[in-house]
Design a protein around this ligand. Structure first.
Ligand SMILES: NC(=O)c1ccc[n+]([C@@H]2O[C@H](COP(=O)([O-])OP(=O)(O)OC[C@H]3O[C@@H](n4cnc5c(N)ncnc54)[C@H](OP(=O)(O)O)[C@@H]3O)[C@@H](O)[C@H]2O)c1
Length: 348
């Protein structure tokens, strides 16, 4: 979880997270609950109190959520810095879950942006407690309406990976006609990245496993390299950008692929934490360089992604669907690193 380490370090430095405190209505809902960090064995499906929205909050009936790599870091409390953000020695938030799509059931007295009945989706990397039938959250922090042509499952799958993908492309000045190679194009981040760079008019080479070739081609990739049969670093083409969305390469290995002013971005820290270090020193030499994709500003990400959704320029890849009762199995599949795009939890 090297990329998780840098993401979470940055999250910690950027904001000191206050836990969501559930205020009760006296009514009951189903939720996944845990009282300690650990494997999915610590998860239980329980009846808990339905949250009551504060004056600036909305109450949302969750129709779909996902299990993503951020949820895995939050569940296991790994790397260790997660525990500083989420609570030590136990998680402050008993209910996991970082994204959702659903319908607003109630609004607080000061809410102006949303109304009862609005279909909404959203994300918060430090936790929304959305592996539950209902959540209450502030109206102005990582929530927006669902474009009409998207289902709840699709909307929930447009959040986590796409947020991190947007934080690759908002660090550079993409120009139509440039060439980009996306490694890990079948992942949640990679599949979103392919669509975003395609939208910006670039020529995209996508690296993925055999099983995901058709799905990745459907996202608009111009050329596919199957990583199980070919080493993409031996590709003869030269690129303006190499984006490693799955963090399995190094700058040194990808450098020959880059044009003289080419840029390398990885979602991981790299061996011996080299990527943030290289991001500091490589710009000093004026040639090929490394940028580190520090993720920030979730509302800006959602706004960009929603714009693409409305223009039919973005559709999330959905791999498996699970019921809330099967969430442990979903976590085990996601942490295996083998999902194609997103894993959805469909609510009762
Ligand atoms: N902790 C955090 O806060 C956090 C949050 C988000 C992301 N991240 C990190 O960001 C990375 C990407 O996340 P993600 O959700 O997009 O990943 P993901 O969805 O789990 O990506 C899995 C996909 O990548 C493919 N893949 C595996 N090894 C590959 C390789 N060497 N070359 C090309 N493709 C390969 C897998 O194929 P196979 O089935 O063949 O293995 C699978 O299709 C992860 O390393 C994750 O830890 C961390």
């Amino acid at each position: 979880m090297q990329g998780g380490q840098i993401f979470d370090t940055v999250k910690f430095l950027a904001k000191f997270h206050k836990p969501i405190v559930l205020r009760h209505t006296g009514k009951i809902m189903k939720a996944i609950v845990r009282s300690e960090y650990g494997s999915p064995d610590v998860l239980r499906l329980e009846d808990v109190a339905l949250p009551a929205p504060k004056s600036n909050e909305v109450l949302i009936k969750v129709h779909a959520t996902t299990v993503n790599r951020t949820d895995c870091a939050n569940l296991w409390g790994k790397p260790w810095i997660m525990k500083i953000i989420l609570g030590f020695p136990k998680p402050r938030q008993p209910i996991p879950g970082t994204d959702f799509a659903g319908v607003i059931e109630k609004v607080g007295s000061d809410v102006t942006l949303f109304a009862v009945g609005d279909k909404v989706w959203g994300f918060n990397d430090v936790g929304l407690q959305s592996h539950a039938e209902y959540i209450a959250m502030p109206e102005n922090n990582g929530i927006t309406t669902i474009p009409h042509n998207f289902s709840f499952e699709e909307a929930a799958s447009c959040a986590e990976g796409a947020h991190y993908a947007y934080n690759f492309i908002n660090k550079v000045h993409l120009q139509a006609g440039q060439k980009v190679l996306v490694n890990g194009a079948s992942g949640a981040i990679g599949s979103a990245l392919v669509q975003m760079v395609k939208y910006c008019g670039l020529h995209v080479t996508a690296v993925c496993p055999t099983k995901a070739i058709d799905a990745v081609r459907s996202l608009g990739a111009d050329k596919i390299i199957d990583y199980t049969v070919e080493d993409f670093t031996k590709d003869a083409e030269r690129y303006d950008y190499v984006f490693d969305a799955v963090g399995k390469s190094t700058f040194a290995a990808c450098k020959p692929l880059l044009l003289p002013k080419g840029i390398y971005i990885s979602s991981e820290l790299g061996p011996k934490v080299q990527n943030p270090f290289l991001a500091l020193i490589t710009p000093l030499f004026g040639g090929k360089k490394v940028i580190f994709p520090v993720p920030s500003n979730i509302p800006a990400s959602l706004s960009f992604i929603k714009g693409l959704m409305e223009q039919a320029a973005f559709k999330p890849l959905i791999d498996r669907r699970y019921a809330l009762e099967g969430i442990g199995e979903a976590y085990n599949y996601v942490v295996s690193g083998q999902k194609t795009g997103n894993v959805v939890i469909t609510m009762p």
